[in-house]
Design a protein around this ligand. Structure first.
Ligand SMILES: [Zn+2]
Length: 332
């Protein structure tokens, strides 16, 4: 055997993955997952007042915004290429039934009307549909005899969804995890797209959100209606049920701790899939970056890329604005 033949044999004896990783151009050419700002959805918190921009302690860089400030934030998002927002409300007052959720002059309804006026069709408004931000006890449904009454909650969620759609929300997103909530909303709103928070685990990563939306339960927790994080097949069962009831899109939440559910949902369904990088996932990256332990922007983009790679079409993230800016830089 000649020396050349020996070298060739050795060279082909193993996989040489580095051949396509040599330069930035080669790596860009063979990149499998590409993010675009239009895939991103920015969750925003709206509160009463004028000119209010109140930072959320456990979510640095995120604010509770009055309607006028919200409109300014949406302008910034649109300029960066982010075209969708998910709205949560902090009402002036709360009651046991959460009637602020369907009040015609409610805080989110007012915000939607203003954004419709200021941003028009450039913006897709997704309205979260739940009662926990509006109830005095902080649960996602009404409470009877110390526990959440599923069926008595359904008409209230349908009423809230109808009110939000009436104000101009393009998409309603029921997040209460009440059984039958999608069917109840579908019946009330045959024409409005429903993004169902179908696979919502009872996650420890929601902590900072409860401060942001002032929605911590006053007693107990949400484990009797949200899915046990240990269960994957049950999460898929929830997704199937919501699609049967008429959901147009489904959401998996939280994102990185549930990428297996995202991938399984992408394989099992044909509807758009959203993954929600929740408050605790955001806060963890922020806190580590603050201490110099992580590169904030790179960690944000890598986590969003992982969500997309797993099969999510829509990425709900508190990093939306900064990720969009970074994506435009990479593009250049
Ligand atoms: Zn809720």
């Amino acid at each position: 055997m000649t020396l050349l033949a020996e070298t060739t044999a050795a060279a082909t004896a193993f996989h040489r993955g580095r051949r396509l990783r040599r330069t930035p151009a080669l790596r860009a050419l063979v990149r499998e997952t590409r993010l675009h700002p239009s895939m991103l959805v920015a969750p925003l918190f709206v509160r009463p007042g004028q000119g209010v921009r109140e930072e959320i302690g456990s979510m640095p860089g995120q604010h509770r915004l009055s309607v006028d400030e919200l409109a300014r934030e949406v302008d910034r998002l649109l300029e960066s290429g982010v075209r969708s927002v998910l709205l949560f409300g902090l009402p002036e007052s709360k009651d046991p039934d959460g009637s602020g959720a369907w009040a015609d002059g409610g805080i989110v309804q007012a915000a939607i009307r203003e954004l419709r006026r200021s941003a028009g069709d450039d913006l897709a408004i997704i309205a979260d549909v739940c009662l926990c931000e509006y109830t005095t006890h902080g649960h996602c449904g009404i409470v009877r005899d110390g526990s959440v009454d599923n069926d008595a909650t359904l008409p209230l969620l349908a009423r809230a969804a109808a009110s939000l759609a009436d104000a101009g929300a393009e998409i309603v997103a029921p997040s209460a995890m009440m059984d039958g909530q999608v069917a109840a909303i579908r019946e009330a709103l045959p024409e409005t797209p429903i993004l169902a928070y179908a696979a919502k685990h009872a996650s420890a990563f929601y902590g900072p959100f409860r401060e942001a939306a002032d929605s911590a339960p006053a007693f107990g927790d949400r484990r009797s209606y949200q899915v046990d994080p240990a269960n994957g097949r049950e999460a898929l069962r929830e997704i199937a049920a919501d699609l049967d009831e008429g959901a147009d899109m489904i959401m998996v939440k939280p994102a990185l701790p549930a990428l297996d559910i995202v991938a399984a949902a992408a394989a099992a369904t044909t509807v758009p899939i959203a993954a929600y990088q929740v408050s605790g996932e955001y806060a963890a990256i922020c806190a580590a970056a603050d201490r110099g332990w992580l590169d904030r922007g790179a960690a944000a983009l890598e986590s969003l890329t992982a969500m997309s790679r797993a099969g999510a079409d829509v990425l709900v993230t508190y990093f939306a604005l900064e990720a969009a800016g970074r994506l435009r830089e990479i593009d250049r």
